[in-house]
Design a protein around this ligand. Structure first.
Ligand SMILES: NC(=O)c1ccc[n+]([C@@H]2O[C@H](COP(=O)([O-])OP(=O)(O)OC[C@H]3O[C@@H](n4cnc5c(N)ncnc54)[C@H](OP(=O)(O)O)[C@@H]3O)[C@@H](O)[C@H]2O)c1
Length: 326
């Protein structure tokens, strides 16, 4: 049988582009990979998505397209976050099923877990409590994505041989990140701030909060490797480690760092020699956010890129993208 085509949805994004790199690195030839820019295919448009799947008939799908953003964007555009994410997932998963896609991997996020889920957060914490209000619309859409996969498997798995899986990454960083001054996550924001402070010879960089909250960070190429690993597991193995209505898999680094340690590591990687101060009048958020990745570890995968190496790669990418903008 000739190997089929693989569609990567969201291939211009940080994760989608890393999945593309990973697939090519594992020896998948270019011609087996399908990708479309948003200008050519709006994934929120059902008719276009169905037509695309009918025409291309991929065998496998990596669903890494989504509307993604930090607290500010989630708070300002809640309608867009729930609507676009629900539409993208529902359109892709249903069109994939209709066109005969057997294997699909849906990417969610650690924000699916309740605000007070005890760390490290296990997969079975899903739907056990109230979500963090700031990104609840986004989280509800991501939970719906998991449930779409599970429901299609339950209804059509046996009759149509489909196998749709979900992975929930922790905070990601690396090449292709968003370095927008207001709309970025903590690592790209710190990279920009320390880079600018170094260039300006600033004596001190002030970081929001006390510096004591602990967070987990995973390098995006590790995430892509985990995606390809999970997609490649045989069905019996995947089924043995999951349940039909609790089928998602956490993808974390395995341990966390304080925001102070993170800021110091970013400063060191960038070569910023000034002081670091913490503005304790600013909110800290939850004290600790760490995922339990033992399900994935038991399935034979763990992260390999340490924070310092990952940050050095991310900074190189930031410098390149900065020179592209200049
Ligand atoms: N970044 C993180 O820290 C993180 C953490 C946990 C989970 N995740 C998950 O990982 C996945 C990918 O995230 P990411 O960080 O790679 O996000 P990203 O860099 O913003 O990439 C998302 C991609 O989706 C595309 N897209 C969005 N709406 C579309 C539409 N209507 N039609 C066609 N394409 C559309 C975007 O296209 P344009 O380039 O045209 O905008 C972009 O290429 C998401 O499901 C996210 O929830 C990310």
């Amino acid at each position: 049988m000739t190997p089929g085509k693989i569609y990567v949805a969201g291939h211009h994004g940080m994760v989608g582009s890393a999945i593309l790199r990973r697939l090519l690195a594992t020896g998948i030839p270019d011609e087996r990979i399908i990708a479309r820019s948003r200008a050519d295919l709006d994934l929120a448009d059902q008719a276009s998505v169905r037509a695309f799947f009918e025409a291309e008939a991929p065998d496998e799908v990596y669903l890494a397209a989504a509307k993604v953003g930090g607290i500010h964007a989630n708070n300002t555009y809640p309608a867009e976050f729930i609507y676009e994410n629900l539409m993208i997932e529902a359109n892709i998963i249903d069109a994939a099923f209709r066109s005969g896609v057997k294997k699909l991997l849906f990417l969610g996020s650690s924000c699916i877990y309740p605000k007070l889920a005890p760390p490290p957060m296990r997969e079975d914490a899903l739907l056990t409590g109230t979500l963090e209000p700031t990104n609840e619309p986004y989280a509800i859409a991501k939970i719906a994505g998991i449930k779409l996969c599970e429901s299609y498997n339950r209804q059509y798995g046996a009759s149509h041989g489909i196998d749709y899986r979900s992975v929930m990454p922790t905070n990601l960083y690396g090449p292709g990140d968003n370095y927008h001054p207001e709309n970025s996550h903590v690592i790209p924001a710190l990279i920009r701030r320390f880079h600018e402070a170094k260039a300006a010879n600033a004596p001190c960089v002030v970081v929001w909060g006390s510096g004591t909250p602990r967070r987990e960070f995973l390098y995006v190429d590790d995430m892509a490797a985990a995606c390809v690993h999970v997609m490649g597991l045989d069905k019996a193995t995947y089924d043995r480690h999951t349940q039909p209505m609790l089928s998602h898999i956490n993808v974390g680094y395995g341990n966390d760092v304080t925001i102070r340690e993170l800021a110091e590591t970013v400063a060191c990687v960038i070569g910023y020699k000034g002081a670091i101060a913490f503005d304790t009048t600013k909110p800290d958020g939850t004290p600790r956010k760490l995922m339990d990745s033992s399900r994935l570890n038991a399935l034979g995968w763990r992260a390999t890129t340490g924070l310092e190496d990952g940050l050095a790669n991310a900074y190189r990418d930031f410098l390149k993208s900065d020179s592209r903008r200049a």
